[in-house]
Design a protein around this ligand. Structure first.
Ligand SMILES: [Zn+2]
Ligand SMILES: [Zn+2]
Length: 133
């Protein structure tokens, strides 16, 4: 089996492993993701919930109703506030910036491009959607 992918929060309280390959990486430019990440976009790694293993720390979560009406559970480190993943009936979106090695990340889709910062350039050939598709 391949080596697990490791990651954790900013302060080190939360450490996790992903055993198995993530299914894809989406960039979301919606205002919710900009606010949540306090940055230009959110990075969501599509991970099988069964592949996620908490190695240390205790996570906290709260439920958030998206504009679409979908409810997502937002899970974070209670010590430093780093968001670790979003979950729901669709599965799990790991916040990919929490990986130890982010050089492996290759986004394969971009959502909510109508809200994208105008200096963000999306490479040719990568799937784009003006909203959540
Ligand atoms: Zn932390
Ligand atoms: Zn978003």
């Amino acid at each position: 089996m391949a080596k697990p992918i490791e990651g954790g929060c900013q302060c080190g309280h939360i450490r996790y492993e992903i055993r198995g390959n993530p299914k894809g990486l989406a960039v979301c430019h919606c205002l919710d993701c900009q606010k949540q990440s306090s940055s230009a976009f959110g990075l969501s790694l599509d991970v099988d919930p069964a592949a996620f293993h908490l190695v240390s720390g205790t996570l906290k979560s709260f439920d958030w109703t998206c504009d679409s009406g979908r409810i997502k559970t937002c899970t974070f480190c209670p010590e430093c506030g780093s968001r670790i993943y979003h979950g729901g009936e669709w599965g799990m979106s790991l916040k990919a910036g929490t990986l130890d090695d982010t050089s492996i990340l290759r986004p394969d889709s971009h959502y909510w491009t109508k809200r994208k910062q105008n200096w963000v350039v999306i490479p040719e050939g990568v799937f784009q959607c003006v909203d959540d598709g």
